[in-house]
Design a protein around this ligand. Structure first.
Ligand code: PLP
Length: 426
C-alpha cells in the first residue's frame, strides 16, 4: 500500500469523523482540488471519482455557471435569512424546485442545511400536520430496517439500525422499523398502530446495499397511506437530482409522496443545503390553521445557497443531465453484467440508474468479508479510483456527466483494485 502518512495519527488539528485514527493525517486521502470527475490529493496523485464526492457532485466538479451564480449572490447579499424575513433568492429557488418536482402536486419548500437536519424537520412537519387536523396522537414515525437518514439525534433514531442507541443513547421510542420490501410486516404494524402513525419515511433506493423498493412494496405503501392516513415521506437526499433516471426517483411512482426531502445533488455539492418539499395539501393545512412552523436554521436558505440550487437546476437542464444519467446507466448495466459474468469474485450488482452496489464473493460463493471492504477500497484507490464501501463490496455513484472513456477507466480501476486486494490477502 502507498504509505504517505505525513502527520502522526491524531496530531493534526483537523479531526475527520467517520475515519479511524490510523487513517487520519494522511496525504493520500487529503484532497486539494477537484475538477470534472477527478480529485487531486496532497500526495500529488489525481484519482477518478467513482462516488461523485459523497454522491452529490452529480454534474461534476468545478461547474462554472454554479460558481458564477454563487459569486454574484454573495456580492448582492452576503447573508439574508428565511425566518422572520424572506429573501428573493430563496423565493426563486423555491419556485424552481416546485416547478421541477411537479407543481400540480407540490406547493411549498422549507429550507434546511443537511440531509439529517431535513429529516428531523420532516418528522416535525408530519407530527404538526396531524396535530392541526385534530390527530395529535399520531406521533410514531416508521422507517425501514437498514435505511440511512443521517446522524443527528432525530435522523439517527430514524436510521434503520440501533447503532445510535448503542453508542449515544439515541431515543428510538418514537420510531418503528419494518423490513424493506416486506408488506407483511408493514401491514401488521398498521393493524396494530395505524392510528398513531404520523409518517412512513422511505428511501426510494436504500443507500446501504443500493436496494430499490419493489413495485409491489410501493403499491402497498400507497394503498396503506389511503387506508391509514399517514404521510408518506420520500427521503431523496441521495436518489434525487438525476441519480435514478428522473430528477427525483419518486417521480417514477404511481402517486407522489406528501413530503420530499432533497439534499446532496441539490447544489451539486457546493453548499450546505437541504430542502423539504411539501405537497399542496400538507402546506395548505398550515395556511388554513394560521400555523407557524417552529423551525429555524441560521444558515438555511441564504442567498448563496439558494443561488447554487437555482443554478444547479438550470445546469441540469442545460446539460440534459437526467438523460445523460439514463444513458450512463444503460452502459453501467451492460458493463456490470459483463463483470458479473466474467470475474469469478463479482457476485451481483444491485441498484437503479447511476446508484449502484457491486457485491463480491469468495471462490466458494460466500459473500466477501465485510471486515475487508475498507482494505478493498484502499486497493481500488491504489489502482486509481475513489469508491466507497458497500455491503460485501463497493458502491458506484459516477457523475451523470461521465464519458464512456471515464466509465471504462473506472471499471478497469475497480477490477485492478479487486485483483490487487486479492493478491495482497492471498
Ligand atoms: N438521507 C439519505 C438517504 C442519505 O443518503 C444521507 C447521507 O448519505 C442522509 C439522509 C444524511 O445527509 P447528511 O449527511 O447531509 O446529513
Amino acid at each position: 500500500m502507498n504509505d504517505t502518512t505525513t502527520t502522526p495519527p491524531g496530531h493534526h488539528p483537523l479531526w475527520p469523523s467517520l475515519t479511524a485514527p490510523r487513517d487520519q493525517g494522511r496525504d493520500d486521502t487529503c484532497a486539494v482540488s477537484a475538477h470534472g470527475v477527478r480529485v487531486r490529493f496532497a500526495d500529488g496523485r489525481e484519482l477518478l471519482d467513482g462516488s461523485s464526492g459523497l454522491w452529490n457532485t452529480n454534474i461534476g466538479y468545478g461547474n462554472e455557471a454554479i460558481a458564477a451564480a454563487a459569486a454574484e449572490a454573495l456580492r448582492e447579499a452576503s447573508y439574508l435569512s428565511v425566518f422572520r424575513y424572506e429573501n428573493t433568492h430563496a423565493r426563486r429557488a423555491a419556485e424552481a424546485l416546485v416547478e421541477a418536482a411537479g407543481p400540480d402536486h407540490y406547493g411549498r419548500v422549507l429550507f434546511s442545511t443537511s440531509g439529517g437536519a431535513a429529516n428531523d424537520l420532516v418528522m416535525k412537519v408530519a407530527r404538526h400536520y396531524h396535530a392541526l387536523r385534530d390527530e395529535p396522537r399520531r406521533k410514531v414515525v416508521v422507517g425501514l430496517r437498514g435505511s440511512y437518514h443521517g446522524l443527528t439525534f432525530g435522523s439517527f433514531a430514524l436510521t434503520g439500525d440501533d447503532l445510535g442507541q448503542q453508542l449515544y443513547g439515541v431515543d428510538q421510542r418514537f420510531v418503528r422499523h419494518v423490513a424493506p420490501n416486506d408488506p407483511a410486516e408493514l401491514n401488521a404494524l398498521m393493524a396494530r398502530q395505524g392510528a398513531q402513525i404520523a409518517a412512513v419515511v422511505v428511501e426510494p433506493v436504500l443507500g446501504s446495499g443500493a436496494v430499490p423498493l419493489t413495485e409491489e412494496y410501493l403499491a402497498e405503501l400507497l394503498r396503506l397511506r389511503r387506508e391509514h392516513g399517514f404521510l408518506l415521506v420520500a427521503d431523496e437526499v441521495a436518489t434525487g437530482f438525476g441519480r435514478t433516471g428522473s430528477l427525483f426517483a419518486s417521480q417514477q411512482w404511481a402517486e407522489q409522496p406528501d413530503l420530499l426531502v432533497s439534499s446532496k445533488g441539490l447544489t451539486n455539492g457546493t453548499s450546505a443545503a437541504a430542502v423539504v418539499i411539501a405537497s399542496r395539501q400538507v402546506a395548505q393545512a398550515f395556511t388554513d390553521a394560521g400555523a407557524m412552523l417552529t423551525h429555524g436554521e441560521t444558515q438555511a436558505g441564504t442567498p448563496v445557497t439558494c443561488a447554487t440550487i437555482t443554478a444547479t437546476l438550470d445546469e441540469m437542464r442545460r446539460l440534459d443531465a437526467v438523460a445523460l444519467g439514463r444513458r450512463l446507466a444503460q452502459r453501467l448495466d451492460t458493463e456490470l453484467d459483463a463483470l458479473v459474468a466474467g470475474h469469478p469474485r463479482v457476485a451481483a450488482t444491485t441498484g437503479l440508474g447511476c446508484f449502484r452496489s457491486v457485491r463480491l464473493c469468495d471462490p466458494d460463493g460466500t459473500p466477501f468479508p465485510q471486515d475487508q471492504v475498507h482494505a478493498l477500497v484502499r486497493a481500488i484507490r491504489d489502482a486509481g479510483a475513489i469508491v466507497h464501501p458497500g455491503v460485501n463490496g463497493i458502491q458506484l455513484f459516477p457523475a451523470l456527466t461521465y464519458t464512456d472513456a471515464e466509465l471504462t477507466e473506472l471499471l478497469a480501476a475497480v477490477t485492478a483494485g479487486l485483483d490487487l486486494h486479492l493478491a495482497r490477502t492471498a
